[in-house]
Design a protein around this ligand. Sequence first.
Ligand code: NCD
Length: 300
Amino acid sequence: MDKLLDCKKFTKESLMELLELASKIKAHPENYTEELKNKVIAVMFFEPSTRTRMSFEAAIQRLGGKMIVTENGKENSSARKGETLEDTIRVLDKYADAIVMRHSRDDAAIAADKVSRVPIINAGSGKAEHPTQALLDVFTIMNKRGSLDGTKLAILGDLKYGRTTHSLLQLISLFDNIEVFGLSKKEFMLPQEYIDYLSSKGIKYTVCESFDDLPRDIDVLYHTRIQSERFEGDFGKEEFIINKAVLDTFTDKAMVLHPLPRNEEISTDIDDDPRAMYFEQAENGMYVRMALLKDILAGK
Ligand code: NCD
């Protein structure tokens, strides 16, 4: 792979190949400690992050690479002095062998790629895309189910501004017999363009109004936080909260995923339930990012 701007570039085959590499790395990380030797990666975050940034940094170090970091690019980089993203990239591409970046612009990764001489890896762009999160989401689902085909996926929370679901829907669409259900407050419903996208892939999208509308044999309950930093006004808190009583209306095969951070949408009373997999999901992020960095910078 030469870069990762969005999820459009994946075929089922290329995605599976990357997930298989992530599985190998997860099983034997000690075999991959020299992959990024002599490589310098720029890690540039213009929006807050804990998991994505730290797991990228851990991934780089575990692969033997070095990094240069702006962890609060909006305040601490020259963006504060009015420098454009494009100018920043035109400089960083002289210092680093790849640029991992998060930015509030929906088109940030594409704009950066237009001027960059080194690979751009999108670590979150506005409300549009979060491809590495989608990779670790499908990796987690595959590990639990054995396959992604036939997955019954429910997406919950902020389906309008949440970039993680927007990217996940694209990756899950590569598989067969997928069904998607959406449960959110009306202010946060999935935009029509994604419903149209699913339908162009032959995938049925069902809008639900309560937990009762979801099939009991759901495979994945993928909840998300209301992205209050992305809109003006106050639409209140999440209405659809997964707690023990709600989770127990589904079967044992249901897995609860969340990109984190959570607010009130997942109650801590399910944290010890084996179906609650969000911390394992966060752990998987590091291995998937190791696989991606190796693929882009050191080949297969
Ligand atoms: C998500 C993001 O940044 O889009 N976080 C993450 O990367 N795990 C979700 C969120 O912030 O709600």
